[in-house]
Design a protein around this ligand. Structure first.
Ligand code: AR6
Length: 173
């Protein structure tokens, strides 16, 4: 059942022991605030060193690194769009982040993956709209026969959790 494969949870993504956690990065991949800062702090300096070798990443795409000191084996650094009102290709860029991350998971034989609410913090993407895009792309990948067995959508606040659960309920899986 697809709905059992997707769980909305509240917590700190850096603490999760999954095959891969997704980072909400920026094009430099060199770290920043929010979940990006938390992941770099928890993973240690070797993560920044590997990211520095990666040569950045365009908006709407993602790159995979080792997890180093994290409980997760890999980090998938996804670069969400900066929200500019919704008419500048933001929806497609966010969808592409999720598609790229799920494709990388497939390529690296990842069974379990955890996503934060990419784009909805510093980059300002409206949360409810972002949740709809995230869940559409995640369900699409699972529906297409992804080998991923468990997807966690990790919310950092009760408010985010409530919105995510509301949006999930509209999917009627
Ligand atoms: N675990 C799970 N979610 C978290 C955590 C955590 N430890 N910490 C924050 N969040 P943001 P963006 C949530 O701003 O909007 C950075 O500076 C947070 O509450 O981290 O994609 C990067 O370097 C929010 O719901 O990412 C970029 O420059 C979500 O993670 C820029 O911010 C995403 O918020 C990216 O902005």
């Amino acid at each position: 059942m697809l709905d059992e494969m997707v769980e909305i949870i509240k917590g700190d993504i850096t603490a999760l022991k999954v095959d891969a956690i997704v980072n909400a990065a920026n094009e430099t991949l060199l770290g920043g605030g929010g979940v990006d800062g938390a992941i770099h702090r928890a993973s240690g300096p070797r993560l920044r060193a590997e990211c520095a070798m990666a040569g950045g990443c365009p908006t709407g795409f993602a790159k995979l690194t080792e997890g180093y000191d994290l409980p997760a084996r890999f980090v998938i650094h996804a670069v969400g769009p900066v929200w500019r009102g919704g008419e500048q290709g933001e929806d497609e860029a966010l969808a592409s982040c999720y598609r790229t991350a799920m494709a990388l998971a497939e390529e690296h034989r990842i069974d379990s993956i955890a996503f934060p609410c990419v784009g909805t913090g510093a980059f300002g993407f409206p949360l409810e709209r972002a949740c709809g895009i995230a869940l559409s792309e995640i369900f699409r990948a699972l529906d297409e026969g992804s080998r991923v067995k468990q997807v966690y959508c990790v919310c950092f606040s009760d408010e985010d959790l409530e919105v995510y659960q509301k949006v999930l309920a509209t999917f009627g899986q």
